[in-house]
Design a protein around this ligand. Structure first.
Ligand SMILES: [Zn+2]
Length: 395
């Protein structure tokens, strides 16, 4: 049985009171669940439980699990002991230079920090996490990576930017590139996510798109620019490999064989990237990708633990704060409870929703003759026309 515990930590509070102090009541509750269990109406025996995985974005996970909170640090990876420089030439978890973190290595680093209190960190570990006091959970058993930030807001935007610069140098001007992107017909399902404003001059590696827009753009790139690029182009091939990787990583269901294929794709992709752009660094998010196959084998598809759902949840709080302009946490919590209650109570009533409805004569409607024939109704009948109908989330 999965129980999802959603905790909203305010980063200011975490700094003020210390993360472990904030986590401590929660950890105490989980200890009770581990040792004594919980009485439930549908079972005679008490129900036991523990934490299986902690999910979050990279920075959130690093701080909650006791790792350094900077990705420019020398040892930034939660999964292995690779240093920043070596990460540029390591394209697979199977390389002998990669030492994966284990419970044992973590214990060694914790005791080093205890013996040398002046040291800020040891191989990327800053402190022992309070979560390690649980009986059935250890920081070394957390295999979550956030594909939304790693790929959609990281690697994909970085590589699309480099690809556009390459196309601009060789085949088509940047103005034409953007024109093609904006004018492309992304279809009904994707039109909400079409890229509206690409900024090639963004600081860093991004092109100023959000996660959904990036996924929409990169999936359609072969259709938008396929006619421009000659056959056998290696820069184009890099994009195609990345798309293969995205197709696997973003699947809700992945076979063991696919994880092996994924590992090879990621290795080929990173090697080709360094071949094509020797002067550009692989970013930490590129490095995290080499652990994907192993992590999927341990905890299943990473799509089920990405940050997209939390971002959607945060939207409510963000818009409430904007409206009120005062960050009153108590009133936010209450407002959220009322909203959830309203949502649950009105679920059945909200089964079908539609846009504004207009009454028209069937002959005045586009393809009216087909509709009349299919539903066996007179061409002069009055019908209701609307822009969209949403049935339980399907539009
Ligand atoms: Zn690593």
């Amino acid at each position: 049985m999965n129980i999802h515990l959603i905790s909203l930590f305010h980063s200011q509070d975490a700094k003020k009171y210390g993360l472990d102090k904030m986590l401590s009541p929660f950890v105490e509750d989980v200890k009770v669940l581990e040792q004594k269990g919980m009485k439930v109406s549908f079972m005679e025996q008490p129900l036991y439980g523990t934490i299986s995985q902690i999910t979050g974005d990279n920075l959130g996970l690093n701080s909650i699990l006791g790792f350094v909170e900077s990705f420019s640090a020398n040892y930034y990876c939660r999964m292995c002991l690779i240093d920043k420089a070596s990460a540029q030439t390591v394209f697979s978890e199977n390389y002998p230079r990669v030492t994966l973190r284990t419970k044992l290595t973590n214990e060694e680093h914790y005791s080093y920090l205890m013996e040398n209190p002046r040291e800020n960190s040891c191989f990327g570990i800053k402190r022992n996490s309070i979560l390690n006091t649980l009986a059935y959970f250890s920081v070394s058993d957390n295999f979550v990576f956030d594909i939304m930030h790693d790929i959609l807001e990281g690697v994909a935007q970085y590589e699309v930017k480099l690809l556009f610069e390459y196309l601009n140098r060789n085949f088509i001007s940047i103005e034409n590139i953007l024109q093609r992107v904006y004018a492309f017909n992304y279809g009904f399902m994707d039109k909400k996510n079409r890229p509206t404003r690409i900024n090639m001059f963004c600081i860093g590696n991004s092109i100023g798109l959000n996660a959904s827009q990036t996924l929409c753009l990169i999936r359609n790139l072969p259709l938008i620019f396929g006619d421009v690029v000659p056959e056998g182009d290696r820069h184009w091939h890099l994009l195609i490999i990345l798309l293969h990787i995205i197709n696997i990583v973003f699947s809700p269901c992945i076979t063991e064989g696919m994880t092996v294929f994924l590992q090879h794709l990621i290795e080929d992709h990173h090697r080709l990237f360094k071949d094509l752009y020797p002067q550009n660094n692989l970013i930490p998010k590129h490095h995290f990708m080499i652990h994907y196959a192993g992590c999927i084998r341990k905890i299943g598809p990473l799509l089920h633990v990405w940050s997209m759902r939390y971002k959607a949840k945060h939207k409510f709080f963000k818009s409430s704060i904007k409206k009120k302009k005062k960050k009153k946490k108590k009133s936010l919590a209450k407002k959220h409870q009322i909203a959830v209650a309203y949502h649950w109570e009105s679920l059945s009533a909200k089964g079908i929703e539609s846009g504004p409805v207009k009454t028209k004569i069937l002959t005045d409607v586009e393809n009216g003759d087909l509709i009349s024939e299919h539903f066996q109704i007179d061409l002069l009948s009055e019908i209701n026309v609307t822009t969209y109908v949403n049935h339980n989330g399907a539009e």
